[in-house]
Design a protein around this ligand. Structure first.
Ligand code: HPA
Ligand code: ZN
Length: 337
């Protein structure tokens, strides 16, 4: 079996996906039109031309602009359902979806529209596609901790629909320590903590995320390789890193994929996974991420299998569900290796 088909059919979990970043230009235009929102692009082609980034902040500006077309519960449902249709095509069996409430509530959108629209699509995807999912409510780190506390409070009536809390947006200048108290409070409410760290920020940001926010998974974490002690600490804590190759390429976190740290992470015994981050903006879904990184680093089928195994193993599923998916994956690998 060719490697591309192997990747396509490999059962996998996605652990780093911003639902707002899955908004494809076509759906963005449809939603903008039905909500009577003027967008500063005449056509889908013109919009796509704007997707050319020199750093994280460049991207975030466009991403928040794109997300601003989302207004009704139905918009959030349609956005999320469209992502699940892609999941089915990509053979994603389980996904842990991040959403940014503040991107919407700060525009006057009701928190309930966001969570109910997204969650209803998750339920439908379970029923129609047999894909399981969890939601990760992410705090925007360029805003204040007090702002994050408001979001935490708004989420409490919907606690049973949310598995974890995350931390995203502009990393430089907004270290994890800024959110110490709101993470402590979130953990008390039963949310599992995760955070973006070491994407543009250095290894110190990852240390803070571990020591101060007590995170259970590291989003990106590329820059951990700067610090041998940190690598050992991550291994001791047995934490996974959610790696996003095309995102790293498009945001110039790596000069090109041949220099991507993924291979070194595997060699050092870390537990990376492959993810799409914001697939509508970075040129591909999860399988395209697998395909390009496989090619750039000459990854073997065994390594691809390991990456997929990590995605189930380090998901927040319970033991029984992890075992079920891993048996499915091992069966696939046994036949197709
Ligand atoms: N980094 C930080 N914030 C984000 C990202 C990312 O890759 N995607 C969406 N928000
Ligand atoms: Zn991200």
């Amino acid at each position: 079996m060719l490697i591309q088909e192997f990747i396509q059919r490999l059962p996998k979990a996605e652990l780093h996906l911003h639902i707002e970043g899955s908004l494809e230009p076509e759906l963005l235009f449809i939603i903008a039109k039905r909500n009577n929102i003027d967008i500063p692009y005449k056509s889908i082609e013109e919009l796509k031309k704007a997707y050319n980034f020199s750093c994280l902040q460049d991207f975030l500006n466009i991403y928040y602009q794109g997300a601003s077309v989302l207004q009704t519960e139905q918009d959030f449902y349609d956005l999320t359902y469209a992502y699940f249709v892609k999941c089915k095509e990509e053979n994603i069996r389980h996904t842990e979806i991040m959403f940014d409430p503040q991107t919407h509530t700060n525009r006057g959108i009701n928190f309930s529209f966001v969570i109910n629209g997204i969650y209803r699509a998750c339920e439908d995807a379970k029923e129609r596609f047999d894909i399981t999912s969890f939601l990760i409510m992410s705090y925007l780190r360029h805003l204040s901790e007090a702002d994050a506390f408001i979001t935490l409070k708004q989420s409490l009536p919907y606690k049973n629909k949310i598995k974890a809390v995350g931390l995203d947006s502009s990393e430089q200048g907004n270290p994890p320590s800024k959110f110490k108290k709101v993470f402590e409070a979130s953990i008390k409410e039963g949310y599992i903590p995760v955070a973006h760290a070491g994407e543009e920020g250095n290894a110190d940001y990852i240390w803070e995320a571990l020591d101060i926010l007590k995170i259970k998974r590291i989003d990106h974490g590329n820059n951990c390789l700067q610090d041998l002690q940190l690598i050992n600490k991550i291994k001791e804590l047995d934490l996974s890193l959610t790696i996003c190759p095309l995102s790293n390429k498009e945001l110039k976190v790596v000069p090109n994929l041949n220099n991507h740290p993924l291979k070194k992470m595997l060699e050092k015994g870390l537990k990376p996974t492959i993810n799409s981050d914001d697939p509508a903006y970075f040129g591909g879904q999860i399988n395209q991420n697998f395909i390009e990184i496989q090619e750039a680093l000459d990854l073997t089928k065994k390594e691809l299998f390991e990456l997929s195994r990590n995605s189930f193993e380090y998901s927040f599923l319970d033991k029984a569900m992890k075992a079920k998916y891993i048996v499915e994956l091992e069966e696939f690998y046994r036949i197709n290796k």
